[in-house]
Write a protein that binds this ligand. Structure first.
Ligand code: SF4
Length: 81
């Protein structure tokens, strides 16, 4: 037997969601520890990571899709040169 409640269908044995399974990732992004990143908080409270290398090098996107796991421009923040 299938009953519907909102967008979730219930069968006798378990609930079946028509939406794709949501995967939460905890992979850390290199950007989080990179000296070239600048955190931007929008007026609505959304958080974006801006890559400052994008201002001088077209290989880097202004807002790189997260998480970044490999990057030619990565330099650890706080490291002496
Ligand atoms: S250089 Fe790479 S790791 Fe650093 S902020 Fe830009 S995209 Fe992220």
């Amino acid at each position: 037997m299938v009953r519907e409640a909102g967008r979730i269908q219930f069968t006798d044995r378990f609930a079946v969601s028509p939406l794709p399974e949501i995967t939460v990732t905890t992979t850390k992004s290199l950007c989080q520890t990179c000296m070239h990143v600048r955190e931007i908080i929008s007026g609505k409270g959304s958080r974006f990571l801006l890559c400052q290398l994008s201002q001088t090098d077209a290989r880097f996107r202004k807002y790189p899709p997260q998480p970044i796991i490999r990057c030619e421009g990565y330099e650890k923040a706080g490291r002496d040169k």
